[in-house]
Design a binder for this molecule. Structure first.
Ligand code: SAM
Ligand code: SF4
Ligand code: F3S
Length: 473
């Protein structure tokens, strides 16, 4: 399959930032004996991926890394705004940095990410957290070298939060967290405006990277030894919409599947309204694409789904799941669910439980509705008490736990190909992940990490246990 590239697409020129990088590298060497940075990431995989680029830039500026904020000369919090709980954690942890900075006045504290992209949050930081030096938004992450340079050379506190939709930033250095599994962003932003969600406001409109650039990065990752590549986007199945190259997400999967090597491809997240039969067929046909689909349904009630602005019904969702299972009987599905959307009744919630029981998810990410300032849902009357919502939430967890237990028991006696990813809970144990995203712990030498192996499941209670059948590659 050939790919045409839109040569005119706006990408950000990084030449200026490269100059800042080398300037900062010189100045930090003089200022600190062994410059150390600590990057703390909140939120989703998109933020994890952004932090890998922030670390990449910091590394080029001569920083080593520490996990301890107290040992760091530069601390960067990459924040998340998706729920109130996530934001409160950030405020608490930024507050705690004040005492560290009193002892180390030389230290630089920077806040970035989705939370900072909200005007009221930036204002609060300006007013109540004077020890924070730099605040920058999601669209200007690549300008970190410039911000550091300016602050290090005496500029007053920096607040850089342009409200653009952002361009595509290619060519930033990357310092990936792991060496076996890696993230690869294929698109940024979201156009869906689900009525409860802050993401489209803080991440801007959808924009897709060119397929050729994605394929090149995937090839480099495979060459570097990555065996499990997760393609990232808020709604990966809108990939390529409106782009002249004509490569949609299903086609992109097929292109990536052609890359030589023994590796797996995963992706997240898929929106049910854009999950096409073409995509399910591509999943079925591509042997490198994992038998796992994260397909958030949020709620089972048609009335609430409409208010959530999700553009599908309960029966649309169930039909999609059936089409997926028809093509891939061994597929594992996972989902996100919100409990207690404004105006949701217990009857609405029972529809959610019904979907959970009918589909049989192997993993469910469950959230109680959290009002987000500026979103339509935050304006709606919300008569159900928090205690009541917590009761529904617990009921949901109980049902899901039973489903998971039965799914895990079904695995006993069967052999799965796993990618050995990390040491297990005790010495002599290794954790391997199946194509369906289940983790099996088994006796093996840690030298197996990074290899594929066949493992037979012997027991499933709290964890899935197995025994090594054979090492593959
Ligand atoms: N784009 C993805 C999607 O649509 O599935 C994920 C978006 S968000 C980062 C991850 C999950 O957070 C959502 O699927 C939703 O379940 C949950 N979420 C988003 N806004 C929320 C809110 N205001 N209150 C509670 N949960 C929320
Ligand atoms: Fe939020 Fe909906 Fe976009 Fe997901 S698809 S990021 S839930 S607005
Ligand atoms: Fe949070 Fe931003 Fe992700 S709001 S969930 S870090 S896109």
């Amino acid at each position: 399959m050939s790919v045409n590239i839109d040569k005119n697409k706006t990408t950000v020129n990084l030449d200026e930032q490269k100059v800042y990088m080398s300037r900062v590298a010189k100045i930090v060497k003089k200022r600190w004996e062994r410059p150390a940075a600590c990057v703390v990431t909140y939120g989703c995989q998109q933020n994890v991926s952004d932090s890998e680029r922030i670390r990449g830039m910091l590394m080029c500026m001569g920083f080593e890394f520490t996990d301890n904020t107290g040992d760091a000369d530069v601390v960067i919090f990459n924040t998340c705004a998706v729920r109130g709980h996530a934001e409160n954690r950030v405020f608490g942890n930024v507050g705690a940095l004040k005492h560290i900075k009193q002892k180390k006045p030389d230290m630089i504290i920077a806040l970035c990410g989705c939370m900072m992209q909200q005007q009221h949050v930036a204002e609060k930081i300006r007013r109540s957290y004077p020890h924070v030096d730099i605040v920058f938004g999601t669209h200007v992450m690549h300008r970190l070298p410039e911000f550091l340079w300016n602050r290090l050379t005496g500029a007053s506190r920096i607040f850089e939060l342009p409200d653009s939709d952002g361009e595509i930033i290619e060519g930033l250095p990357v310092h990936r967290d792991g060496s076996v599994r890696g993230f690869l962003s294929i698109m940024y932003g979201c156009n869906n405006f689900c009525s409860y969600c802050i993401v489209p406001y803080v991440r801007g409109r959808e924009r897709s990277r060119d397929p050729e650039v994605i394929i090149r990065e995937a090839e480099q990752m495979v060459k570097a030894g990555y065996k499990d590549i997760t393609l990232l986007g808020q709604n990966v199945n809108s990939y390529g919409k409106g782009e002249p190259h004509g490569v949609n997400f299903a086609k992109l999967l097929r292109l990536l599947n052609e890359i030589e090597g023994d590796f797996r491809i995963r992706f997240m997240t898929s929106h049910p309204k854009d999950c096409t039969i073409e995509l399910l067929d591509a999943m079925k046909d591509c042997e490198k694409v994992c038998r796992h689909l994260h397909l958030p349904f949020q709620c089972g009630s048609d009335r609430i789904l409409k208010q959530m602005n999700r553009h599908y019904t309960k029966s649309d969702y169930l039909a999609l799941v059936e089409a997926a299972y028809e093509r891939m009987p061994d597929l594992n599905l996972s989902s996100d669910v919100i409990v207690g959307f404004p105006g949701e009744t217990y009857d609405d919630f029972l529809d959610t439980l019904d979907v959970v029981k009918k589909v049989g998810f192997t993993q469910l990410f469950t959230f109680i509705f959290s009002p987000r300032q500026g979103t339509p849902a935050a304006q709606l009357p919300d008569p159900v008490s928090r205690d009541e919502k917590v009761k529904w939430f617990e009921e949901l967890l109980k049902v899901q736990e039973e489903i998971l237990q039965s799914k895990m028991h079904d695995m006993v006696g069967k052999t799965y190909r796993v990618l050995c990813e990390e040491p297990g809970r005790m010495e002599g144990l290794v954790c391997g992940r199946t194509s369906g995203n289940m983790v099996i712990e088994f006796k093996a030498d840690i030298s197996l990490i990074g290899s594929f192996a066949d493992v037979k499941v012997t027991n499933a209670s709290n964890v899935i246990e197995g025994e090594l059948v054979q090492k593959i590659s």
